[in-house]
Ligand binder design. Structure first.
Ligand code: ASP
Length: 379
């Protein structure tokens, strides 16, 4: 009893949580402190449900999929109550198939996170799988100086399906979204959690429409893995370079076009050169394109009219290296920008975010060449 009084007196000046944590530490074996969860220090997670397969259930009479009422999520998944975090569920009024998600929805999500940034410790976005990599990439550019976790997840089978992958994806994402150490969020970036893997959001691509293991980051290692233990590779995590305050920059320009070239492609289908501000050009291997006079002329014309050309690779792994083969020399000649090892999803959303963005000084090409938030390797 005496010891207890002494402890209370000593920590009397401290904040509530600090006091309780210290009290708790005194009665817990120091060797097992890493596994200790302070039940009274529940982290708060804001869950935004946007739509997609994860929010569906099967009507077993008709066999068809229908949207599931997310207001009932705690009834459907009572396990959620067991997780050591407080979850606040905010569903989209009308759940969307992710093929209907685009710049407007990215802005809504980014600003909603911005508005609630101080009230929550982490954010979880439930999203359709088809365009999740685009949304994750776009958010990574919009949420500046992020110091809290923003996790996106979805599922290949509906939450109401017997064999669903939704449950594991959702529950473990909640763990990652509320993972803190010494009062600091372990994850301070936009990540995708799917099928036991935690991945950098702006490096992901949806690789399978069939397997539960649907996402990959071929040019960046897995950030964390969930097995018996929840693992995070700390040395791989993104940390914003400055201590500046978090803010949302939801700038998006849609004056961006994407072309994938192919052997035998000719440009006769275009009666005129498209008047677009940024062309993301997906070329062969490490940056080659057929060496015809016509190609050179068209690319030069695009540049002459002011179009920025970002060159990315059709290979999912590795990246662009101008000058490696003579069939890439055209790009240096016309002043195209190397996308290095960026994904198509990230290149498109990065271009949309940077184009005509008043918050950035410098030219488009200078800004695109920079690694803003872990989306591409630095040369
Ligand atoms: N079409 C669905 C979507 O992307 C697929 C899914 O969620 O898995 O919204």
């Amino acid at each position: 009893m005496e010891i207890l009084f002494f402890a209370l007196e000593k920590v009397g000046q401290k904040k509530d949580w600090e006091r309780r944590a210290e009290m708790c530490a005194q009665i817990i074996d120091k060797n097992s402190i890493e596994n200790c969860t302070f039940g009274f220090m529940k982290r708060k997670v804001l869950l935004i449900y946007t739509g997609g397969t994860i929010g569906m259930e099967k009507d077993y009479e008709t066999g068809s999929l229908q949207a599931f009422d997310f207001g009932n999520i705690f009834k459907k998944l009572p396990e959620m109550k067991l997780i050591e975090c407080e979850v606040s569920v905010h569903p989209f009024k009308k759940p969307l198939d992710s093929s209907d998600m685009g710049p407007e929805e990215w802005k809504i999500i980014a600003n909603y996170i911005g508005k609630n940034y101080d009230k929550y410790d982490g954010f979880l976005i439930l999203h359709g799988t088809d365009t999740m990599s685009y949304t994750a990439s776009a958010l990574s550019f919009m949420l500046k100086n992020l110091k809290k976790p923003v996790i996106l997840t979805g599922s290949q089978l509906p939450i109401g399906d017997l064999r669903t992958d939704a449950k594991e994806n959702l529950l473990t994402s909640l763990y990652y979204a509320s993972l803190y150490e010494n009062e600091e969020a372990v994850l301070q970036e936009v990540a995708v959690y799917f099928e036991y893997k935690l991945l950098r959001g702006n490096r992901t691509l949806k690789y399978s429409a069939e397997f539960f293991d649907a996402y990959q980051t071929p040019n960046y290692p897995v950030l964390g893995q969930s097995g018996v233990h929840l693992k995070v590779k700390k040395e791989l995590l993104w940390r914003s370079k400055n201590d500046a305050e978090f803010f949302v920059d939801d700038h998006v320009s849609q004056d961006v076009l994407f072309w994938r070239i192919f052997p035998g492609m000719h440009f006769n289908h275009f009666t005129e050169i498209p008047k677009v501000k940024v062309l993301v050009l997906q070329v062969f291997g490490s940056g080659t394109i057929f060496n015809t006079e016509k190609t050179q002329r068209i690319l030069q014309q695009l540049r002459n009219q002011g179009t920025e050309i970002v060159v990315i690779s059709q290979c999912v792994s590795g990246g662009i290296s101008f000058g490696k083969y003579s069939n890439s020399n055209i790009f240096s000649k016309i002043g195209a920008i190397s996308g290095n090892d960026i994904t198509a999803e990230s290149a498109i959303t990065k271009a949309m975010h940077l184009l005509d963005n008043p918050k950035y000084s410098g030219t488009f090409s200078e800004n695109f060449a920079k690694n803003i938030c872990g989306e591409m390797s630095e040369n």
